[in-house]
Write a protein that binds this ligand. Structure first.
Ligand SMILES: Nc1ncnc2c1ncn2[C@@H]1O[C@H](C[S@+](CC[C@H]([NH3+])C(=O)[O-])CC(=O)[O-])[C@@H](O)[C@H]1O
Ligand SMILES: O=C(O)C(=O)Cc1ccccc1
Length: 243
């Protein structure tokens, strides 16, 4: 997987524009997400484990907002002999182009259908697992409930949703403390104060985190039977919901 260093926000901008998953970001994305999201590597590996344990024969697995294909690559290695199909979707052409190259670097018996499109427009059916790994936070809040309903409807009985998100906390001191620990994580990974503050402004209008309570309520309202956080580090969490 390409791993050029992310220095997109290293020089000062007069005006920071809204964050976009364009070619510049796609070219450094592997480095960016690992240095920005605590637990990312562990989450990716555990999604592979969850797929290994939950993918049923002849079912479909959806990786929604696949970026460079980290989830798809990990899941694909763990599905041997089950006649599953992976559907990986992203609406950034630059991500999809690079994802295609990353997938072709390994052989696998599991077919991957790569779709360049909006996750709101794709059909979900016969799914044993649907993964939204840090993708729903970029969808405008008004579209989130309908997406989750579509996922619920497309899951087979017993199917699972894995949802990873940055969280927001209503308790102000908790919010400030976990946010500060996240910033320390970024500093420890070599990001400067300028990089951190410019990226923060660029994300402001684009990425809208929900609280854990909002996630749980909305997920349960679709009919999911069981729900839990299975990973949390600071203000980043991964949840699992079971139909
Ligand atoms: N409406 C949409 N339709 C399709 N794609 C979208 C949409 N909105 C955003 N995206 C895509 O969702 C991805 C979010 S990154 C996911 C990381 C990956 N899951 C990983 O495990 O490495 C998370 C992050 O950058 O924090 C980007 O590639 C967007 O183009
Ligand atoms: O960088 C951040 O502050 C984040 O919240 C996570 C992130 C990671 C990669 C792209 C966009 C946001």
């Amino acid at each position: 997987m390409t791993s050029s260093q992310d220095n997109i926000y290293a020089k000062p901008y007069q005006k920071v524009s809204d964050f976009q998953f364009d070619d510049k970001v796609a070219g450094v994305f592997n480095d960016m997400i690992r240095r920005s999201v605590p637990g990312y590597g562990q989450i990716i590996n555990t999604i592979g484990d969850l797929a290994h344990k939950n993918a049923t024969p002849n079912s479909k697995i959806y990786d929604l907002g696949c970026s460079l294909g980290a989830v798809t690559l990990n899941v694909r290695r763990r599905l041997e002999g089950r006649n599953c199909q992976i559907i990986a979707v992203d609406n950034s052409e630059s991500m999809i182009e690079r994802c295609k190259q990353n997938l072709s670097a390994y052989v696998s018996e599991t077919p991957v259908k790569l779709i360049c499109g909006d996750i709101r427009d794709i059909e979900i059916e016969q799914a044993s697992i649907v993964i939204l790994n840090f993708t729903m936070q970029f969808l405008a809040p008004v579209h989130r409930e309908r997406l989750l309903k579509k996922i619920y409807d497309g899951l087979l009985p017993g199917g699972i949703l894995v949802l990873s998100e940055k969280l927001y906390f209503e308790q102000d001191r908790i919010q400030a403390t976990l946010d500060d620990l996240h910033l320390d994580f970024k500093r420890a990974n070599g990001y400067s104060e300028l990089e951190i503050s410019q990226k923060r402004s660029s994300l402001e209008n684009v990425m809208k985190p929900d609280t854990l309570q909002q996630h749980e309520e909305r997920i349960r309202a679709q009919g999911f039977d069981q729900f839990s956080v299975w990973f949390q580090c600071f203000n980043f969490a991964s949840m699992v919901a079971m139909k």
